[in-house]
Design a binder for this molecule. Structure first.
Ligand code: GLC
Length: 799
């Protein structure tokens, strides 16, 4: 979308829009209590509330101006969560409901609702009634303490701590991400408030337009509201940020383990065409020995942007192309947009019309919007039949060797909408959908799940056509739960230093919002990168969960070799380092798919009590052991890095540093400051041309013991499987635990053992070379996996 500009018109910014809910809206009044099953139903003066207790400290609070028992199926929440029967207490001024150590109090006088956790801490409360409302909006006011911080909220501009602004949840094709621009492409309505007593997740499960006002009008209040007459809130109580993310991701689902090639470096451009250009890019990667796993095909591979077609002029033999790429050890991912060109001669339009798969206007006719293909119809993905039809259309991609699908424009973007106000760059208000089992409804009510349901359809296309392979779907728009189907890239950024910086808090908050597999267009999509910016961006992006370089049509070339030999050398080195780190990274992906743990984390994840890191935006953790401090401004050749409490190794010099401390890290253009938190054992491989080949060999265990003394302690896992198939689900996987111990006797004794937790992958390595860092001599030997203690490697020597 690089051709669209705002041409000097004033941009609607968050400063000109406010949460459309007044603080003095009428309060809800007195309560009475009835019970239906495990739902506690409370009738209020202006509506009702339904309370449900879920295991693990989650309370579902449905607030309605009508009957709160009447809710629609959720797109985000997995299945029907178990609910616990509460104990009821009728006190003088409130009704109390308790389960698993959590008590909800509904106050008769004010209607306010309070959640109290044993031993008596108020963890959540609605201020001024159960809810507040006006004609079109309802919501809750929640107190914010001075020490509270707010994280999450998905893909938003601004800093890590979201306090002080209002955020709208309305998926928008917004190509200009000024520092306060809002909304963008994804709506993940989960705010996590941390306070001295722990962390509270506030998840508003509402696919229509909603808002989070985080202490903007009143620094002591967070307001959560939706343009709906019912709101469904899940309040997640935990001790720490990590507890909220673990519970929230159990509620809304976790990222399935991706194929390993999706963890490698991926090269994209709008567009590489014709096919000879794709070959040339792939061949150049190999000639220049730059590891790479994927080349992307943007809209020009299609026949005039008709989805599920190939351009016979530019891509006459896509199967041959994919085979040639496979010989080079690379894969092909194609873009798929939701719009279907209005063309009576075109198969997808014909079958879409025949199956009644398109959104309609209130007056009944099929809605005609406009996208890259010109006048187009928009599939109604809320219908399961439409999703099945859409999945089937992917045949022509899979049979030509396409390995992954890139879903774009799925906010949905509609060129016939309002160009200058991007939230309205979408179908008009009278467009309708027909969700399963429900009557015709306004698309507006389902706006934020358009991309989500499209990705659900795409994921099922993989089940249909590649049932044994791990799917890879990339999406621009998402809602809570989309992590079950797709990775996310953060849309059309610019080759600006500001956007390099913005990538960090944005991707970190996506991780805290249940999306561990996210990244930004490396190098920047719009505008021309300078050699220096490109080098710094590749360095930083090499540590992001999703690592893809992409650029727009009218920019200078943005390949690793496009910026001169010095930058090419730097890009090759950091892309190579990414591959070397794949064994460690793969363990983090394994963790993310098992527990929802973000692959990259803000420092506050590991140091919740260190106020220096509560809003630290320019450093992050990759997994638990690596602290990454990218250089984010032009000309900088050193930067200050904060290292929290503990011992840290400078990855480059091996120097041991003791935190908390601020260090000035050297950062010539070829150096990204990087630190290892001791004690750690990093599994590092030798980079090969792609991820599969890199992971096929046994990694080395790099041990960073620190100076402390400790008994054998688990410092991480090693995960081995075929990296591509779903066989790991049936047990074809080997999982090993790395144990370290250090004794400071007369001699310094460092021990390492690898114990087998799960055996099942036959090709798992039989031994690992061990490299000890921090000793006078870097020592190398090997360790063999065995039961605890067996196959132990010990090093005896001086520090
Ligand atoms: C949108 C996407 C961008 C893509 C372009 C053309 O702008 O965000 O990544 O290259 O469309 O398909």
């Amino acid at each position: 979308m690089q051709n669209r500009t705002h041409e000097g018109r004033p941009l609607p910014s968050e400063a000109t829009r406010r949460l459309p809910i007044e603080k003095d809206a009428r309060f809800a009044g007195a309560v009475e209590h009835t019970e239906s099953g495990r739902t506690s139903f409370v009738s209020l003066a202006y509506g009702s509330a339904a309370l449900r207790f879920l295991p693990g400290g989650i309370v579902r609070l449905t607030l309605s101006r009508g009957d709160a028992r009447e809710t629609e199926p959720s797109f985000a929440v997995l299945g029907e969560p178990e609910t616990l029967p509460p104990e009821v207490e009728e006190a003088g001024s409130f009704l109390g409901l308790s389960a698993e150590g959590v008590t909800a109090r509904v106050y008769y006088e004010s209607g306010s609702i309070e959640l109290i956790q044993e031993p008596g801490d108020t963890r959540f409360e609605t201020r001024g009634g159960a809810f507040v409302f006006d004609d079109t909006v309802m919501g809750v006011h929640i107190p914010l303490g001075g020490e509270d911080r707010v994280y999450g909220l998905g893909e938003k501009t601004g800093s890590l701590d979201k306090r002080g602004r209002v955020y709208e949840m309305w998926n928008s094709d917004e190509p200009t991400h000024f520092p306060t621009q809002d909304p963008l492409y994804c709506s993940i309505p989960l705010a996590i408030r941390t306070d001295p007593r722990g962390a509270v997740g506030i998840f508003l499960d509402e696919p229509a337009r909603s808002w989070f006002e985080v202490g903007k009008e009143d620094p002591e209040t967070m307001s959560v509201a939706a343009s709906s007459s019912t709101i469904d809130l899940y309040i997640i109580l935990a001790d720490q940020l990590s507890g909220v993310v673990e519970r929230y991701s159990a509620l809304t689902g976790r990222m399935p383990l991706p194929p390993v090639w999706a963890l490698g470096f991926q090269q994209s451009r709008y567009s590489y065409f014709p096919d000879s250009r794709v070959r040339e890019v792939a061949q150049t990667m190999r000639d220049k020995e730059i590891p790479c796993d994927v080349v992307y095909l943007d809209i020009d591979y299609m026949d005039e942007c008709r989805v599920f077609t190939w351009s016979s002029a530019s891509f006459p033999d896509p199967l041959r192309l994919s085979r040639e790429l496979a010989e080079l050890g690379m894969r092909m991912v194609t873009i798929v947009d939701p719009g279907v060109k209005l063309d009576p001669e075109y198969h997808a339009y014909q079958s879409g019309m025949a199956g009644d798969h398109f959104c309609r206007r209130a007056t009944g006719e099929v809605y005609e919007g406009a996208v890259w293909a010109g006048r187009s119809a928009f599939p109604d993905f809320t219908r399961s039949e439409t999703r099945a039809w859409w999945a089937e259309l992917h045949k022509v991609l899979f049979e030509n060797g396409v390995a992954g699908i890139w879903n774009d424009m799925n906010e949905p973007a509609d060129f016939s909408g309002e160009f200058y106000y991007r939230p309205d760059f979408t179908p008009p208000e009278d467009v309708t959908v027909h969700p399963d089992g429900l009557g015709r409804r306004g698309l507006e009510r389902y706006h934020n799940v358009y991309g989500h349901t499209m990705c659900e359809a795409t994921a099922s296309a993989f089940e249909r056509f590649q049932p044994h392979r791990r799917p890879f779907v990339l999406t621009r728009a998402a809602y809570a739960g989309t992590q079950r189907y797709a990775a996310v890239w953060t849309g059309d950024n610019h080759s600006w230093w500001e956007h390099l910086s913005m990538m960090i808090p944005m991707v970190l908050n996506m991780g805290l919002s249940g999306f561990p597999f996210t990244g930004a267009d490396a190098g920047g999509f719009q505008a021309d990168a300078t050699p220096e910016l490109y080098a710094r961006w590749i360095q930083a992006a090499a540590f992001m969960p999703f690592f893809r370089a992409h650029s727009a049509r009218d920019t200078v070339a943005h390949e690793p070799w496009s910026f001169g030999s010095e930058v090419e050398h730097i890009a090759r080195y950091y892309i190579g380092l990414r591959y070397s780190l794949l064994p460690y990274l793969y363990t983090q992906f394994h963790d993310a798919s098992a527990h929802g743990t973000p692959v990259v984390r803000p420092l506050v994840w590991h140091y919740p009590e260190d106020r220096r890191v509560w809003n630290l935006n320019d450093e992050f953790f990759l997994g638990p052991d690596m602290l990454v401090a990218p250089v984010l401004s032009p000309g900088a050749r050193a930067r200050s890095v904060y290292l929290p409490e503990g011992e840290w190794y400078d990855f480059w010099s091996g120097e041991l540093l003791v935190g908390p401390t601020d260090v000035v890290a050297r950062a010539p253009l070829d150096t990204l400051p990087l630190f290892v938190r001791a004690p750690a054992a990093l599994a590092i491989a030798t980079a090969k041309r792609n991820a599969e080949e890199t992971l096929a060999e046994a990694p080395r265990l790099h041990i960073y013991p620190g100076t402390g003394e400790f008994r054998p302690r688990s410092v991480g896992l090693l995960v081995h499987d075929d990296g591509l198939s779903l066989d790991y689900r049936g047990g074809a996987r080997t999982v090993r635990e790395i144990l370290l111990s250090v004794e400071n006797g007369e001699k310094w004794r460092v021990g390492c053992a690898v114990s087998e937790l799960q055996s099942g992958f036959e090709a798992a390595p039989s031994a690992y070379d061990v490299i000890l860092h921090g000793a006078q001599v870097m020592e190398s030997s090997s360790v063999r996996p065995g039961s605890r203690g067996a196959g132990e490697w010990t090093w005896l020597g001086a520090k």
